[in-house]
Design a protein. Structure first.
Length: 464
């Protein structure tokens, strides 16, 4: 079985790290334990030139980094030699059925030559030079047609389908069905990407999605973020085997997921005023922020409710399994009460990789006793709870990431003072900000005390 993250970005996309180059992507894939990584941004000429220079063919339709460009690492155990697959994301903004649509789609291709051919076709339609994720005034249906004409073996996947602003089902500019988006070519859509703010159980509530493989990818804008969501496959390592698994489900084992509450658009809300809302609360406020009166950003949970025809908890009989995880530095921070950006967190992270191997191994299968020996009882207990789903979640909203809590301060203090790994019988519920009550604020300028203080707005990216 291998782990694949098929949707990422290069340094040529806007709002991305300058380290999103082939060497650093390969380096971080080894650290994470990712066997197959999308290149991202195949439409950008400069990125294709770097890929052609620094990658060499491996298995059919896959590439690997030339040895002379490989960065040294200090990962315990046998280091992977990650493979790359040609991938890219296209932003389509167009008018359809009387509305402006903004839809992102991910395309997988079997070779650099196919990437060159498709990029040449798209260059005649719009500017593919200024952004690794180009914006084209092209109907998603027509983009699919052009893609299949240029490369019949291409895999075409609607990206992060629920996010509000740029997706097939987005609340502000999307559609209600796959058929409405892709029309007569809908049969060529075999998979959909669920995005960071939803997970498989949320998608299982929509029976129209039963025929699609639910894939998960990181949409990473920096190398350290790759693998925060990924796919588990039990096939040969090749493009044809991967394409077949995505298109038929055969050999597609399941996914590794963010907790959906951690995503930037899980709940409704208005970040500038610090308001996080459930769908029913949004309805009670008439869809307007009670502080400033501006329109509330409708989140993924709300949109799923609108399209769902099944109750919560429904599971299709042939549904693929999934695992909910968080990046290891965040788990260490949530287990120790330290800031995820602190030097102590980075030191423990590096020690774990050096002693125990890649991040996915540590999160999923390394014995807890070994983790405790390297990182202490708090981190071992936090990973135990993570594996068991004993996680308290603070939902994200309107571009603000959510958070997870694993151990309370009192539990951390107790564990640090004892040697037994399982000295605490069970997780006490950590305290966390509650959702706002439905009531009119005393002042139009007030921010509810139960809310986190707003942060400065970021450049808008769907699930960065």
């Amino acid at each position: 079985m291998f782990i694949a993250d098929l949707h990422i970005h290069s340094k040529y996309s806007r709002a991305t790290s300058r380290d999103c180059d082939t060497a650093h992507l390969d380096f971080w894939a080894r650290r994470k334990g990712i066997h197959l990584l999308g290149t991202g941004d195949f439409t950008h000429p400069a990125w294709r030139a770097e890929l052609a220079e620094k990658l060499i063919p491996a298995e059919e339709g896959l590439y690997r980094l030339r040895e002379e460009y490989r960065l040294p690492d200090s990962i315990g155990g046998q280091s992977l030699s990650p493979r790359f697959i040609l991938s890219g994301e296209i932003s389509s903004i167009y008018k359809k059925n009387g509305r402006t649509r903004k839809v992102h789609n991910v395309i997988l291709l079997p070779s650099l030559e196919d990437a060159e051919a498709l990029a040449h076709r798209l260059e005649s339609i719009g500017n593919i030079h200024s952004d690794g994720r180009p914006i084209l005034g092209l109907d998603s249906r027509d983009l699919l047609e052009i893609t299949l004409e240029a490369c019949p073996q291409a895999v075409f996947i609607p990206a992060h389908i629920w996010t509000p602003h740029f997706s097939m089902f987005g609340a502000f500019s999307g559609f209600d069905t796959v058929e409405e988006c892709f029309g007569d070519l809908s049969e060529y859509i075999h998979a959909v990407e669920t995005g960071l703010s939803s997970d498989p159980p949320m998608n299982w509530r929509v029976s129209a999605l039963d025929r699609f493989t639910l894939v998960s990818n990181s949409d990473a804008h920096s190398p350290a973020k790759i693998g925060r969501e990924a796919n588990l496959l039990d096939t040969d390592l090749s493009y044809p085997a991967l394409a077949k698994a995505i298109q038929t489900g055969e050999g597609f084992v399941g996914t590794v997921e963010f907790f959906p509450e951690e995503g930037k658009y899980h709940l409704d809300g208005h970040r500038a005023c610090g308001f996080r809302l459930t769908p029913s609360q949004t309805a009670a406020y008439g869809g307007r922020c009670p502080v400033c009166g501006k329109k509330i950003t409708i989140g993924v949970q709300h949109r799923v409710e609108e399209l769902a025809d099944r109750p919560e908890g429904f599971r299709p009989p042939d549904a693929k399994p999934f695992e909910s995880l968080s990046p290891l530095p965040e788990v260490i921070a949530a287990s120790t009460g330290l800031s995820v950006t602190s030097k102590k967190i980075q030191q423990r992270y590096e020690s774990l990789l050096a002693e125990l191997g890649p991040e996915f191994d540590i999160l999923r299968q390394v014995p807890l006793e070994e983790i405790q020996q390297v990182a202490g009882p708090c981190v071992a207990e936090g990973i135990r709870r993570l594996r068991n789903g004993q996680v308290h979640r603070i939902p994200g909203y309107d571009g603000e990431y959510g958070k997870i809590l694993l151990l309370s301060p009192s539990e951390i203090q107790a564990l640090e003072g004892q040697t037994s790994l399982f000295g605490i019988s069970g997780p006490a519920e950590p305290s966390a900000p509650s959702l706002p009550k439905i009531q009119k604020p005393a002042s139009s300028k007030a921010v509810p005390e139960t809310q986190e203080q707003p942060t400065q707005p970021e450049q808008l990216n769907p699930e960065q």
